[in-house]
Design a protein around this ligand. Structure first.
Ligand code: FES
Ligand code: FES
Length: 163
C-alpha cells in the first residue's frame, strides 16, 4: 500500500505491505538504520523512536499506523552530522558519562531518556531512571553509566531550557 510518513520533519511517500512494521520501513526502505532491531519479542527497546514525542517500539507498530504522526528517529535527534557539537544534550551525556560500549542499544536508550524527560521533567533520580529502563536491554554496560547518562542528560536539558 502507498503511505506517507513524516520522519524527522520530512514527508516520505513509501510503498510497503500493509503489515510492514515501522522499524522495517525505517531501516529497509528509508535507510534510517540508527533504529536497531535487537530482539523479536518487543523486549529490548533498541528500536525506540518518538511518535508525536512519545517513545514507541518501532517493531511493535505498523508503519501504516504511524501515518499522520510526527516520527523522530535517532538521526533526527540533535543537530545531525554526528559531530560532538551537533549532539543533543542527552546524546552528549551518554558520551560524557561513558553510557555505552558497543553502542547497539544506545539509540533506543537515548529515546528512552527523552521519554523520561517528557513524562517526569528534567530532574530525574537514578532510582526512577532504573525503574523506567525496564523496557530497554543492554548486553554490555551493566546499566550503571546508562542511568548516570540519562540523569545527566535530563539535567542538561533543564539547564538549556532555563538558559
Ligand atoms: Fe523492538 Fe527489540 S527490536 S523491542
Ligand atoms: Fe552494547 Fe548496550 S552498549 S548493548
Amino acid at each position: 500500500m502507498q503511505m506517507t510518513l513524516t520522519i524527522n520533519g520530512q514527508n516520505h511517500a513509501v510503498e510497503a505491505p500493509a503489515a510492514a512494521l515501522l522499524v522495517e520501513v525505517l531501516r529497509d526502505q528509508l535507510g534510517l538504520t540508527g533504529t536497531h532491531i535487537g530482539c523479536d519479542t518487543s523486549q529490548c527497546g533498541a528500536c525506540n523512536v518518538l511518535v508525536d514525542g512519545a517513545a514507541v517500539k518501532a517493531c511493535n507498530i505498523l508503519a501504516a499506523q504511524a501515518q499522520g504522526a510526527a516520527i523522530t528517529t535517532i538521526e533526527g535527534v540533535g543537530g545531525g552530522g554526528g559531530t560532538a557539537e551537533a549532539l543533543h544534550p542527552m546524546q552528549q551525556a551518554f558520551r560524557t558519562e561513558h553510557g555505552l560500549q558497543c553502542g547497539f542499544c544506545t539509540p533506543g536508550m537515548v529515546m528512552a531518556g527523552l521519554e523520561m524527560v517528557r513524562k517526569h521533567g528534567t530532574t530525574l533520580t537514578p532510582e526512577l531512571v532504573t525503574h523506567e529502563l525496564e523496557g530497554n536491554l543492554c548486553r554490555c554496560t551493566g546499566y550503571i553509566n546508562i542511568v548516570k547518562a540519562i540523569v545527566a542528560g535530563a539535567a542538561a536539558m533543564g539547564e538549556m531550557a532555563h538558559a
